[in-house]
Design a binder for this molecule. Sequence first.
Ligand code: SF4
Length: 281
Amino acid sequence: MSGSRPNLGDLAAAVRGLGIDRLYPEAEIASLARSPMSEGTTPKSPAPKERASQPVVRGYRRPEPEVVAEKAARLRALEEPLRSCEKCRLCESRTNLVYGVGNPDADLMFVGEGPGADEDRQGEPFVGRAGKLLTDMIEKGMGLRRADVYIANVVKCRPPDNRTPEADEMAACAPNLLEQVEIVAPRVIVTLGGVPARGFLGNKTGITRLRGTWLSHRGIPVMPTLHPAYLLRNPAAKKDSWEDLKQVIAFLNGEIDPRPEGEAHKRKEEREPEEPGSLFE
Ligand code: SF4
């Protein structure tokens, strides 16, 4: 990988040439390249004063324009056919497919349940009140920008009346999420609420017991935490969610590693087969 700074003109042209506009808009790419991350893994700007006493993410992978463009193209190729997907009944209540948003080469990936009304209207995950809270958790809490992370859901179409997706609907859509994870290849995943823990990780433990416990998905550490919509209804639980995110910050900063010794440096093909959602023990 090159260590040179992104050439915005070349990058924008390459991305436009691939027909990518919504997944990773040019403005976001330019903004990403202006990010302190583009100067190295440690942001140059000091953490804002109000964050002086709380941890923020310092170690974050520098975006490589070529990798970003290549991964964005692969994600786009997966997203396009889903716009007419009829593999489950949720296609009947879909206004827009809500595939995913953010940095296609992100270190940190969030996985939610499924689109709500605002998301269905705009075609982007986490844009309503819960989305605003998630953005605050990322930006005011972790010291990153929303555009630095990748955000997706287990199901890509809105369940009617915001009901929980059925098991067969999650099973129909989960392969799309697995492919997204494979392409983005984040260092760490945060699942939001109980549905991803069940539908994506296959873990049946209730989220209030499961949260804060490191899990594993194909060797990638997974931190389950509470859904922002739950936090809006139960503000007292925000401190629990922040404890979970502090563990993620510590992992990204290289201060902790929940993986068994030796696992961290193994290539994917060298790892033992793993039950989905298995606990690190
Ligand atoms: S939720 Fe997933 S599987 Fe179901 S119709 Fe939408 S894209 Fe297809």
